[in-house]
Design a protein around this ligand. Structure first.
Ligand code: PLP
Length: 379
């Protein structure tokens, strides 16, 4: 553990909060199985219900519509695969955007193998789903549309509301799923205003623990993807991760959705980098950004080399999404945006948390400039 690290990889994961850790410890005493009929079980069930209320309130929804999962990946799989299979009689078209997280893209590819008519909607150069293109793909036979709220590589906010009204009009049998893993706790979300039917969220992106998430379902008509139990109405069987769930609620309660503060941090980092390093390019829309992510291409370097060089300075950033960083491939998000290969090679993702300070940003920017100069010298 590096003591003086400047952690700027909050889109990959966040540091668990004090409140989350305290809440997690509650299971040492309240260790009952929420499905048990005795008092210990009932107390555990009650704790889960309270956590549901806290989390559902953050979405402007009902606690009864919230189903806990093992994280955002499972929530996305349950939403896309479960909703498509349950609605197959109504049609076979499934539409997902080209910049979705792999847990949506690969779920869609699984449906393709099952014979569904899967379409990938393109994005603009600014990293937003092309609304005309996606509208052209929506047919009355469409059963699932999945468009994320905030992209994990660029921080770009997607036009979900506009897509939602197009889906309602042109595909009455379809559900709209929205992966809100990168927006929950960062942007204010109201499920009705957003217009989504299904929403995925994950605890470890908001200072909770890894391995717990949830799918909010306005309409619970989804086929389970895990079998063998009656928990959560049999839609998501398996004994609930109570400690993780309590910590998730504690972390959610502490989120302030302070978009202006995040945007300030992002703008400061962009300005510092522009002042210190020549030949850089910010990727993704500036106007539609959550502020939590800055994706920047530094020309003439390899992002991976910079990332490792920065470890010497105690600065932690990322090359793209953490999930794909073990098998280096050009980012599918930047590729879909039409970013040139040279810029993709030098693209880094810097992501902030509420705790990131101005001082940390300035120090990190200086370290990035120093290491970039070094790398450029020999590349
Ligand atoms: C947009 C998005 N969706 C889904 C996930 C997966 O969430 P989890 O790590 O909880 O499985 C991530 C994590 O990187 C993400 O950024």
């Amino acid at each position: 553990m590096v003591i003086n690290m400047i952690y700027l990889d909050n889109a990959a994961t966040t540091k668990p909060s004090e409140a989350a850790a305290v809440a997690m410890m509650k299971v040492v005493e309240e260790f009952g199985n929420p499905s048990s009929l005795h008092g210990a079980g009932l107390r555990a069930e009650k704790l889960i219900n309270t956590a549901k209320q806290t989390i559902a309130a953050k979405l402007g929804g009902s606690p009864r519509a919230l189903y806990f999962t093992s994280g955002g990946t499972e929530a996305n799989n349950l939403a896309v695969i479960g909703a498509a299979r349950a609605r197959r009689r109504g049609g076979e078209r499934v539409i997902v955007s080209a910049i979705e997280h792999p847990s949506v893209l690969e779920a869609a590819r699984q449906l393709e193998r099952e014979g569904f008519d899967v379409r990938f909607a393109p994005v603009t150069g600014e990293g937003r789903v092309d609304t005309d293109a996606i509208k052209a793909l929506i047919t009355p036979e469409t059963v699932v549309v999945s468009v994320m709220h905030v992209n994990n590589e660029t921080g770009v906010i997607q036009p979900v509301e506009e897509i939602a009204s197009a889906v309602k009009k042109a595909a009455p049998k379809a559900v709209l799923h929205c992966d809100c893993v990168q927006s929950f706790g960062k942007l204010p979300i109201n499920i009705n205003r957003l217009g989504a039917d299904l929403i995925s969220i994950s605890a470890h992106k908001i200072h909770g623990f890894k391995g717990v998430g949830a799918l909010y379902m306005k309409d619970p008509r989804v086929s389970p993807i895990i079998h063998g139990g009656e928990q959560q109405q049999g839609i998501r069987p398996g004994t609930e991760n109570i400690g993780g769930i309590l910590a998730f609620a504690a972390a959610a309660a502490e989120c302030h959705e302070d978009v202006a503060a995040m945007k300030k941090k992002r703008a400061l980092m962009a300005a510092e980098l522009a002042a210190e390093i020549g030949d850089i390019q910010i990727n993704g829309s500036e106007d539609h950004n959550s502020g939590s992510v800055l994706n920047v291409s530094i020309m003439g370097i390899k992002a991976e080399i910079l990332l490792h060089a920065l470890e010497r300075d105690g600065v932690y950033i990322s090359t793209g999404s953490a999930c794909s960083s073990h098998k280096p491939q050009p980012s599918h998000v930047l590729t879909a945006m039409g970013v040139p290969q040279r810029a993709i090679t030098g693209a880094v993702r810097i992501s902030f948390s509420a705790a990131t300070t101005e001082e940390e940003i300035k120090t990190a920017a200086r370290a990035i400039a120093k290491e970039t100069a070094e790398i450029r010298r020999y590349m």
